[in-house]
Design a protein around this ligand. Structure first.
Ligand code: MOS
Length: 746
């Protein structure tokens, strides 16, 4: 690639976010701080290395606090530091733990010899199932590790070696002698092969099945039908920061710095695991280097660091290696998705079916809700969506960015493109003909739904008008060039949230246990507080990521910004009202936000339209994305710059899911072969062309008083399907088996 190819930029607009009206004209700039494209208030801390991620924490007993840097320096100190090692005569210096993992996916430990390791210099402790403290059970909310000699998954921790230094711990870890007698009989690693054992899972957010009318009959009677199956592979979150924790037990209370998206829940889990009073457990996640769902739960490193800290009564830090993260956290399940479409000559759907097979560990409840969005996406009188869950003896499947939509749209939006081809219709026109007036299954009115506006505006901006309906019509040398589009939809969720605000002469401090996983929480909460209190953003300090602060909603499900934002909004309003007319300039207030009934009485989704142009090399089958445009409607933006960054990140994720991402399962031995970033391919800069993002100006008054809807997971939703559709348009080959690697095009 040339340097120009490597540039990640919007060529004609710089890097400024763009908010537009439906007619394409630029929206007015926001009147107050909310919505302004402010750079991240913690950005300087991050690029100067002052932001301490869990594994880097040395002396902080409280979360870092963040103030917009234009006041001078961003604040980086924690409050009440842990007494340093020197002050304690060295006894409380941090120790380092290294996890030893199982080399079989299932079986029993028949030999576990720690004696040599224990005698090596610097080694303080070796924990195994034989000397772990007593732990609670998962049924009681605990997350126990190393409970017995049984191995249930590949790389499952079998020992934690703790030493004075990381080097000593690593060296000793290699001297642990472990023999595992594998028992892989009857183990299942292939989702299709496990189909017969699949069950209908317990409802999560919505019921796993929906049936309206009679889809089979609609399929029999319609002049045009499509019945095809799409498959998506297991995928890994692959966040930049590996899971890490530093635990410190002072004999009475436990402080744990961890990388956790839902830090307010972490003390409950650790308390249940180790039989501690919850009030004695304090968890802090000041900065998190990406999560994508992989850090929603308390994982092995945090539990094992805690166990070692309890035993040693000194701080212990444990980081999973990059390789361990792939097995010892969670991943997105593979899916097999059958789509059925029944349509008349004009493309109006009479039937719509989306049936999903996903996998998880035997007995686990989480399922990839890949058909959920289809219930609200297009009108059709006869409908059927189902989810089935196949038991696989792989590590746990759980939420990964836009659980459900991220892979569900890879199937339904490919199917819509195939139907458009069958009917000789423009794909946007087909979607417009099936645009529902109310939610097609629940009958609820939409809060705001601007899907058609997103498609039409995107079509104008992308240059869609002259696109031929047939494939393989544009060639540049060896390259076939094509374009494709897909709809984006992602459910809007809200969670209860609490916040506190204190005002003094210097400004206001906002506190909630909300986290910032790189998405901009510090910044948008500062903007909301500034606007509500009538202060400049520079006078707002934000403290997040501490379980002792008023309970935040955590970062998950695209609910974080609006839920925590509403709590901050309400607390600031309360304080403002309290001080009004008193002449007072100091005070504090707390508030709790609870989602209202509008979540039930309105169909609430964020929407968008993705457009992609790709080239396919005629000789090698290599696909390159040449440009992409995403047009989104997610209600009011809290910060147009961080919103755009979220959308960009999601679209880049879409490139990965369309073309690269795949955990390769060793079907004999039951592990992910490509468990590192050399072999688990995610888009690198050279894979990412100029991406453009635009937002339609919007305010969803049914979503919440701030007017915003979920945004974090919208950008990935549908992005990969637009690329797949563009690949077909380039070269005429439909690939329904993701990722679209060159071999599938040859
Ligand atoms: Mo999200 S997959 O709930 O971090």
């Amino acid at each position: 690639p040339t340097p120009a190819d490597l540039r990640l930029a919007q060529p004609d607009r710089g890097s400024e976010p763009v908010v537009v009206r439906a007619d394409g004209s630029a929206a007015d700039a926001p009147a107050g701080p909310i919505g302004q494209p402010l750079p991240r208030v913690e950005g300087r801390l991050k690029v100067t290395g002052q932001a301490r991620y869990a594994h880097e924490v040395r002396d902080l007993a409280a979360p870092m606090q963040v103030t917009a840097p234009s006041t001078g320096a961003a604040t980086a100190q924690g409050v009440a530091p842990v007494p340093s090692a020197a002050a304690q005569g060295g006894s409380r210096a941090h120790a380092h733990g290294v996890i030893v993992g199982a080399t079989a996916a299932r079986g029993r430990i028949t030999q576990l010899d720690t004696r040599v390791a224990e005698t090596l210099p610097g080694v303080l402790l070796v924990l195994t199932h034989r000397n772990m403290p007593r732990q609670g059970r998962p049924d009681d909310g605990a997350a126990p590790q190393m409970t017995s000699d049984r191995i249930d998954q590949y790389d499952q921790p079998v020992a934690l070696v703790v030493a004075d230094s990381l080097e000593a711990a690593s060296a000793a870890a290699r001297r642990i002698e472990v023999t595992i007698e594998p028992d892989l009989s009857g183990a299942r690693y292939d989702i299709e092969a496990a189909r017969e054992a699949a069950v209908t899972p317990k409802a999560m957010i919505r019921p796993p099945e929906s049936i309206v009318g009679n889809l089979d009959r609609a399929m029999r009677e319609a002049p045009f039908t499509l019945d095809a199956t799409w498959t998506t592979p297991h995928q890994s979150h692959a966040a930049m920061e590996p899971h890490a924790a530093v635990a410190d037990w002072d004999g009475d209370a436990l402080t744990v710095h961890c990388a956790n998206q839902m830090v307010q829940r972490a003390p409950k889990i650790l308390a249940a695991t180790f039989g501690l009073p919850e009030a004695k457990v304090h968890c802090i996640s000041s900065f998190i280097g990406g999560g994508f769902g992989g850090k929603l739960e308390v994982r092995a490193e945090t539990v094992l660091a805690t166990a070692a800290a309890l035993a040693l009564k000194r701080p212990v830090r444990v980081m999973q290696t990059r390789q361990q993260v792939f097995h010892n956290t969670s991943h997105r399940s593979a899916t097999v998705q059958r789509i059925r479409l029944a349509a008349d000559e004009s493309g109006v759907l009479s039937g719509l079916g989306h049936e999903v097979l996903a996998s998880n560990r035997p007995g686990a409840h989480f399922y990839e809700m890949a058909a959920d969005q289809t219930r609200s996406l297009y009108a059709a009188a006869h409908r059927r969506t189902t989810h089935r869950l196949a038991p696989l003896d792989l590590p746990e499947s759980a939420s990964m960015r836009a659980p459900g939509e991220a892979v569900g749209l890879l199937a339904i939006e490919g199917a819509m493109d195939e139907l458009a081809e069958m009917l000789g219709l423009d794909p946007i026109e087909l979607r417009i003909r099936n645009e529902p007036e109310v939610d097609p299954e629940s009958g609820a009115p939409f809060s705001t739904r601007r899907l058609v506006d997103c498609m039409l505006h995107g079509a104008r901006r992308f240059g869609w008008a002259d696109r031929p309906l047939t494939p393989a019509n544009r060639r540049e040398g060896r390259l076939w060039i094509g374009t494709g589009m897909a709809a984006a939809i992602r459910g809007n969720l809200l969670q209860p949230a609490s916040a506190r605000v204190r005002l003094d002469e210097a400004g206001a401090t906002v506190e909630t246990s909300m986290t910032d996983i790189g998405t901009g929480s510090y910044t948008v909460l500062a903007q909301i507080a500034a606007e509500t209190l009538g202060l400049p953003v520079e006078r707002i300090t934000v403290r997040l990521g501490d379980s002792r602060l008023p309970a935040g909603p955590g970062s998950g499900g695209s609910w974080g910004a609006n839920s925590s934002g509403m709590a901050v909004r309400l607390a600031c309003e309360k304080l403002r009202d309290k001080l009004a007319g008193t002449g007072e300039r100091t005070g504090s207030a707390s508030a709790d936000f609870k989602p209202g009934d509008e979540l039930k009485t309105y169909s609430q989704y964020s929407y968008g339209a993705h457009f992609a142009e790709v080239s396919v090399d005629d000789a090698t089958g290599e696909v390159r994305v040449r440009r992409m445009l995403g047009v989104f409607e997610a209600g009011r933006l809290l910060n147009a710059r961080t919103a755009r960054s979220q959308a960009l990140g999601g679209m880049i994720f879409g490139i990965g899911s369309a073309l690269m991402e795949e955990l390769a399962v060793d079907a004999k031995r039951g592990f992910f072969v490509n468990h590192d970033l050399a072999n688990y391919h995610v888009p690198a800069h050279a894979d990412v062309p100029a991406l453009e993002v635009e937002f339609l100006e919007s305010f969803d008054d049914k979503a919440n008083a701030l007017g915003g809807k979920g945004l974090g997971e919208l950008g990935i939703s549908g992005a990969g399907a637009a690329i797949a559709n563009a690949v077909w348009h380039a070269c005429g080959v439909r690939v329904r088996d993701y990722p679209i690697t060159p071999d599938k095009l040859m």
